[in-house]
Design a protein around this ligand. Structure first.
Ligand code: ATP
Ligand code: MG
Length: 562
């Protein structure tokens, strides 16, 4: 509810609507040539259809005088055929260009998601982000590519129709000019409701997609907790809510189009009666009346198309707002540094950190020399992973500083640049689907087989992979399906080790392992990688014997270092 309100409220702001419209015009700029081309093609088709209409007048007038004009009839057939050929050609090009445009936008938006500051972007559900990447981008790209030439075309069509009418009968033309804006005003009256329904429809789509995505990736807990029926009910609720919204939305569209049709029908009846009257007085011919009727039906087509453009524009505006929320998130800034120092220490001074108002870390001070092994301990929820996020510059200190000391001299504040010398084993299962090799190459893109086996050996993962017939090519399905949790943790450690960076962070990286295996890994890491600075986050006190220092975070956000 809150999200819908925010979007509708934002769109009520005129400046916001102008800003979003400008943005849309700017992103479609590289496609202006194509839009002009589409427009010209449509104008040619339009002219052909008008030629056909006018030739039709002479066919009817000749027939009234008892003459069959074969040449004009052939003209009518010819023009109709050319119009069909043009429309086929144009629709093929259109689908190609719209896909190109939509994918370019997706690529840019995908990049915006990746580059956004973690704390902001992590607040949006991944299902919602996927909806923005697909439905919202689709609505904007289809809309822009179709709508701009369509709108200009409708305008041109109405203008040509008006000129032809004006040429043959000025009074009818002026009458059309008076009645036409009434339809346009109806569209504007309903604009708030359109925005509201479009925002609600997008929100509901995000919700059910997020729900489906989460359910499908957690089928084991769904089964274990017997949640299938409950999930069926949830889907039923989504269906009911969505149907209700779609019903309300299409009811609004139907009312709108009915109003437009009434306005148009009045025009039609008047034109028809007036035309008949003029025939009776001998002012116009049957052929001229045919022109009226044909023009009126063409204008009807334009008027209903106009009825569709306004809601489409509001749907685009809602999507543009949803996309812009992410584009407006602050982006991570890299300075482009690539040098990897050999020895890295860390200095933390009077550091405070709070996600919202409650402090997670308060008054933290620590000096860690290059090569030192630091255990980070504290109860669950104390702030250990939060400290890791600060070390990785995924978030920034609320107060105080966290600096890296490079090669014993240069100080560098923790910014995204620091990731060039930090490698990390996250808490929880974070392997990607693909082979073991794919996962290791995440750590080092051009890793050799030898390097991979060496990293796997250090992480005590070599034996079980060797036993597997496909070895490094062993496929892991989603969420490391096919291997055990502890095995996944060991591949994850190997992925960090192969990156071979001077700082290594292990966030409960061995929590799923038996104590003996854990000891082997921690011992080999601390002993063999003596020049690396390591942060070992652990709940097991037995690990402290391998570390030089201990950082303890308590539940009151106090941090002590021993
Ligand atoms: N993205 C976030 N936004 C707001 N609060 C958060 C966020 N992530 C964590 N927290 C809060 O910060 C506190 C510290 O969380 P953190 O994940 O750092 O704990 P932890 O010490 O790593 O716990 P565990 O041992 O269970 O992994 C918790 O109270 C948690 O609720
Ligand atoms: Mg944690």
């Amino acid at each position: 509810m809150g999200k819908k309100d925010t979007i509708v409220k934002a769109l009520k702001n005129k400046d916001e609507t102008i800003r979003l419209t400008k943005w849309m015009l700017q992103i479609v700029k590289p496609y202006y040539r194509f839009i002009i081309y589409t427009f010209l093609i449509s104008v040619v088709s339009l002219i052909i259809s008008y030629v056909s209409t006018i030739v039709g007048k002479y066919v009817v007038d000749d027939a009234t005088n008892g003459v069959i004009n074969l040449r004009n009839m052939l003209w009518m057939c010819g023009t109709t055929f050319v119009a069909i050929v043009i429309s086929v050609f144009s629709s093929v090009i259109s689908s190609y260009i719209s896909e190109k445009f939509s994918f370019t936008l997706k690529k840019q938006f995908f990049n915006d998601i990746q580059r956004s500051v973690w704390l902001d972007i992590s607040k949006i559900h991944s299902g919602d982000l996927v909806t923005r990447l697909t439905s919202d981008i689709g609505s904007i790209s289809d809309g822009l590519i179709e709508m701009i030439p369509k709108t200009i075309l409708i305008g041109t069509q109405l203008l040509i129709a008006f000129c032809i009418l004006f040429y043959y009968d000025k009074k009818i033309a002026l009458f059309a000019l008076v009645i036409a804006p009434i339809g346009g005003m109806c569209l504007l009256i309903f604009r708030e409701s359109y925005k509201k329904y479009q925002a609600a429809l997008r929100k509901s789509e995000s919700e059910y997609r997020s729900f489906m995505q989460e359910t499908l990736s957690n089928l084991t807990i769904i089964k274990a907790f017997g949640q299938e029926d409950y999930n069926d009910e949830t889907m039923e609720r989504f269906k009911r809510e969505r149907l209700q919204l779609v019903f309300k939305n299409s009811r609004l569209s139907s009312v709108m189009s009915a109003v437009m049709r009434i306005v148009y029908s009045v025009g039609y009846v008047v034109a028809f009666c007036w035309g008949s009257y003029r025939i009776s007085t001998g002012d116009i011919t049957y052929g001229t009346l045919t022109i009226f009727i044909t023009l009126v039906s063409q204008v009807q087509g334009s008027v209903s198309a106009l009825g569709g453009i306004v809601p489409q524009f509001y749907s685009m505006l809602v999507s543009a707002k949803r996309i812009h929320t992410v584009i407006d998130f602050p982006k991570e800034v890299y300075s482009g540094k690539t040098d990897v120092p050999a020895a890295v220490g860390v200095e933390v001074k009077d550091l405070d950190f709070a996600y919202d108002k409650d402090y997670i870390l308060k008054g933290m001070n620590a000096t860690i020399a290059p090569g030192e092994k630091v255990a980070v301990v504290g109860p669950s929820g104390a702030g250990k992973t939060t400290l890791v996020r600060l070390l990785l510059a995924l978030t920034t200190p609320t107060a105080g500083s966290l600096n890296y000391i490079l090669d014993g001299a240069e100080q560098e504040a923790a910014t995204p640049d620091c990731r060039r010398f930090v490698s990390y084993v996250p808490q929880g299962n974070t392997l990607i689907s693909g082979t073991v090799e794919d996962n290791l190459k995440f750590g080092l893109r051009d890793a050799t087989e030898e390097q991979m086996w060496r990293a796997l050996e250090l992480a005590a993962a070599d034996k079980f992979i060797e036993k597997h017939p496909d070895k490094l090519k062993t496929e892991l399905s989603e969420k490391s399906g096919g291997i055990s949790e502890g095995q996944a943790q060991r591949i994850s450690i190997a992925r960090a080790l192969i990156a071979d960076k001077p700082v290594l962070i292990l966030d409960e990286a061995t929590s799923a392992l038996d104590e003996a295996t854990e000891a082997v890994i921690v011992k080999s890491i601390t002993e063999q990688l003596d020049n690396k600075t390591c942060f070992i986050i652990t709940h097991r006190r037995s690990m402290l014997q391998y570390c030089d220092k201990v950082i303890e975070i308590d539940e009151d956000a106090h941090v002590t270092m021993k």
